[in-house]
Design a protein around this ligand. Structure first.
Ligand SMILES: [Cu+2]
Length: 126
């Protein structure tokens, strides 16, 4: 390979790394779910270019309700899946869709789009 091929290869690899980091890279912190009068820990999650917030901190042993609002039409965000709980929901654009999760043990539970590109985490603390 001559020099220009090397440059193209290196730039390509850097871009792949950047994309992987964007989708799967470490993200610090997390937003804390609020406890509602019904006893649920609630959080609103916006679905647009991913989940925001993508990390939600809840307490163990209390039920959880997430309200998803999808603000884009891309097929990627059509469905959200919580594999640990065998739960999933279709997300119609612009509508608030609630997903209830049972009280959880301490740990980290993923949620994703149906293809696994959008990723979020539920961080359960004691
Ligand atoms: Cu996807």
């Amino acid at each position: 390979m001559d020099a220009s091929n090397w440059i193209v290869t290196i730039v390509g690899l850097l871009l792949i790394g950047l994309i992987a980091w964007f989708f799967w890279g470490p993200k610090k912190g997390g937003s804390l779910a609020k406890v509602s009068s019904s006893g649920y820990q609630e959080a609103m999650i916006r679905v647009k270019n991913g989940y925001s917030p993508a990390r939600i901190v809840v307490q163990s042993g209390k039920p959880v309700r997430f309200e998803f609002t999808r603000e884009e039409t891309t097929a990627c965000s059509e469905m959200v899946v919580f594999p640990d709980f065998q739960k999933s929901a279709m997300l119609p654009v612009g509508r608030k869709i609630a997903i209830d999760l049972p009280p959880m043990k301490e740990g980290i539970y993923d949620f994703t789009c149906q293809m696994g590109m959008y990723r979020g985490k539920v961080i359960v603390k004691n």
